[in-house]
Design a protein around this ligand. Sequence first.
Ligand SMILES: NC(=O)c1ccc[n+]([C@@H]2O[C@H](COP(=O)([O-])OP(=O)(O)OC[C@H]3O[C@@H](n4cnc5c(N)ncnc54)[C@H](O)[C@@H]3O)[C@@H](O)[C@H]2O)c1
Length: 345
Amino acid sequence: MVRVGVVGCGYWGSKHVRVLHATEGVDAVVMIDPVEDRLRSLARSYPADLRFGSVGEALEHVDALVVATPPTTHVAVALEAIRAGRHVLVEKPLATTVADADRLDRAAADAGVTLMVGHTFEYNPAVWKLRDLVRGGELGEVYYLDSARLNLGLYQRDVNVIYDLAPHDVSIVNYVLGVAPVAVQAWASHHAHHQFEDVAYLRLFYADRDLSANIHVSWLDPAKVRRVVAVGSAKMAVYDDIAEERIRVLDKGITLPSEDDSRTQPPMSYRYGDIVAPFVAPDEPLGVQDRHFVECVATGAVPLTDGASGLAVVAVLEAAQISLDRGRPVRIEEAMAEGPARVAA
Ligand SMILES: NC(=O)c1ccc[n+]([C@@H]2O[C@H](COP(=O)([O-])OP(=O)(O)OC[C@H]3O[C@@H](n4cnc5c(N)ncnc54)[C@H](O)[C@@H]3O)[C@@H](O)[C@H]2O)c1
């Protein structure tokens, strides 16, 4: 049995508190937040839980911690826990720099504790289905993925929209494609926020030049959109996380003329076929994720979304940030190499 503390009991941390209460193998849930009001309102639902204002006070009561504080505080909070020998699940993004993500990964390895990152969509049955479609070849040769995560809000205080929302999309495309990008180009602007970009577009390039991924994230859009489209040579698939049919496979595409016909035929013909909505299990991704964390802590298994997976996502975010600053595509290895120097600067 594992005693789990949730550090940061705000919007997302309170969901972890709820889910952990229903997670097998969890002995106790401990709530940690310096804002007394947050703890008091959660205590109405969970009066038996221990409550503390800081990680230090809670340490002797927990075996593992979920870090659900704002992104720029993840490293300090997680390092305190790791150095005290506690297992940690850090919310996305693992850190805001490659250097810090690497520091966390090394610290966890040195301490012999589990480090997992909250890439929640990798525990989403609809994303598993999309991965199966892409990797199983049903879509044919995959041309590109296109991801959109738009809404009006929730503006963050410490990071721009790329660091807030794009971790989801980057982790989804990494997971679905099974390969990491080699370079990123980003475009972004700030409108309603005086400091942080609230609208951004990322283009991810791969070693296979015929493959690409596009990501659009926004806090300033009239419609709530949570959609990933995969376009292949044989079929297309749409994963819409807020639709009733979360995955639809469209037998649609373009047929190129044969060499012989190319002089006499129109350049291409369009194929319209069936639209199929496969069954997707209704499991709550956060529940699946937290259960996996508790199992990894109990068994010592390496999490599906471990420190390396968190670092791979942060590398894309940092490359995107450098691309914004320099107005050109940036290779991931450039971001990895520059990381420590950028932090020092
Ligand atoms: N995986 C997901 O789908 C998902 C969804 C939303 C948010 N998140 C992540 O969850 C984290 C929290 O986001 P949020 O929207 O809940 O923010 P929030 O502002 O609502 O809550 C953050 C809480 O952390 C507390 N806090 C700050 N510093 C602390 C510290 N040093 N020790 C203890 N508590 C501290 C604050 O008092 C606050 O209650 C972020 O990293 C965010 O990216 C993940």
